[in-house]
Design a protein around this ligand. Structure first.
Ligand code: PLP
Length: 379
């Protein structure tokens, strides 16, 4: 039977902006200039301005963006010496994948129980002289305190470690007055359709204010060219966004802040409807509600309960990176004290539907289900 509440429905996003979207797609298509044209240039300018950075480089997707960012950090030492990257094991595998694609070993730090974001004390235990970069994933729409991490690296004698923010789930989130994407040395974004800012296909970007990094990532995203057919940087790839997607993003960017506010309001309503039998995330920094994550001890029972009420749910993410089969034989390290929180919490996570075009009725169906769950729990 069809769900009463879908997990997401991007067709509603399309319908809400249909005229503008069709018009920009028509413009890009009829121009005959489908890559590296005016829409991509405009989006790069608009998004850099939005994030508060000097530069933005649009690419094909968020995983390419991470791989390109890491390759820019390693430079000529790529594949030639052991490079380590601190990351977390609970963020869906994208950074780990990029590590292996660029010949680096991931080092898994543990997470903070309440926010599910990287834990600073664990970062400290993971540091070594092989660590060249740390990827700070602003997971689920929460914001890692990048400035505190920078301070920790500087005061521990690791000031050369490059900070990459993974903002794929946090477009528009802030730390104080500054937006994510502008807080580290460079940052990556995904514009996968269900992201806070999503395209109608794949897309990604890197942002930075460092001209040397920008020059390097620009070469790395297009065959290593300094100029056409002149390969100046090895190990490069081709990763470009297309003009139609860039045009779509130009249309949707002005609506991002309002869409984020709607996501946050939905998450707050769920929080208020639920009782103490489930736990929602607690943030000490900003949060833009990318995913409505909660923790529940009796997860299987909860999933069946939601299924009965025809509410679609998902799990982000069911398997920690360190436990993925394909990566078992590849090199990796973890916090010497273990991934206690990551391991404990992975079997409790559930994601509820949360997207800007949910109807009041749908939000109420989920909220009611949460109230009922609490009641049944206390009976
Ligand atoms: C945190 C995070 N990083 C990276 C990615 C990779 O982005 P993409 O799917 O565009 O390759 C995603 C998206 O799915 C993500 O959620």
């Amino acid at each position: 039977m069809k769900n009463l509440v879908p997990f997401n429905d991007t067709s509603r996003l399309f319908k809400a902006h249909q005229n503008e979207l069709l018009s920009v797609m028509q413009d890009a298509a009829s121009s005959g200039w489908w890559l590296l044209g005016k829409h991509t240039e405009t989006f790069a300018r608009n998004f850099a301005e939005y994030c508060g950075t000097e530069f933005c480089l649009p690419v094909a997707n968020g995983t390419d963006a991470l791989e390109i960012a890491l390759k820019a950090v390693f430079g000529d030492a790529l594949y030639t010496e052991e490079n380590e990257v601190i990351t977390v094991a609970n963020a869906g595998g994208y950074t780990t994948s990029a590590c292996y694609l660029s010949g680096a070993s991931p080092v898994f730090a543990d997470i903070n129980e309440e926010s599910q974001l990287i834990d600073l004390a664990s970062i400290k235990r993971c540091l070594s002289n092989k660590v060249k970069a740390i990827v700070l994933t602003h997971l689920y729409g929460g914001v890692v305190d990048v400035l505190q991490v920078r301070e920790l690296l500087n005061t521990s004698g690791y000031e050369n470690v490059v900070i990459i923010e993974d903002c794929a789930q946090a477009h528009g989130a802030k730390l104080g007055e500054r937006l994510v994407g502008s807080l580290g040395d460079l940052a990556t974004f995904s514009f996968y359709p269900t992201k806070n800012l999503g395209a109608m296909g794949d897309g990604g970007a890197l942002t930075t204010s460092d001209p040397a990094i920008y020059q390097q990532i620009k070469r790395l995203h297009q065959y290593g060219w300094a100029n056409k057919y002149d390969v100046a940087t090895p190990f490069a790839r081709n990763s470009r966004i297309d003009e139609i997607q860039a045009g779509v993003l130009n249309i949707l960017l002005p609506h991002l802040d309002k869409a984020n506010a709607t996501r946050i309001a939905i998450y707050e309503q769920y929080k208020q409807s639920a009782g103490s039998s489930v736990k929602f995330l607690i943030h000490t920094t900003d949060f833009v509600g990318h995913l409505a994550i909660m923790r529940v001890e009796q997860r299987e029972k909860f999933i069946a309960f939601m299924k009965d009420r025809r509410v679609a749910i998902d799990i982000h993410y069911p398997i920690l990176d360190c436990d993925q089969k394909a990566w078992q034989k590849l090199s990796k390290r973890q916090d010497p004290e273990g991934l206690k929180v990551s391991n404990r919490v992975v079997n409790e996570l559930v994601t509820l539907p949360c997207f800007p075009y949910m109807t009041e009725t749908e939000i109420e169906i989920v909220s009611n289900a949460l109230r009922e769950w609490e009641k049944s729990f206390n009976e």
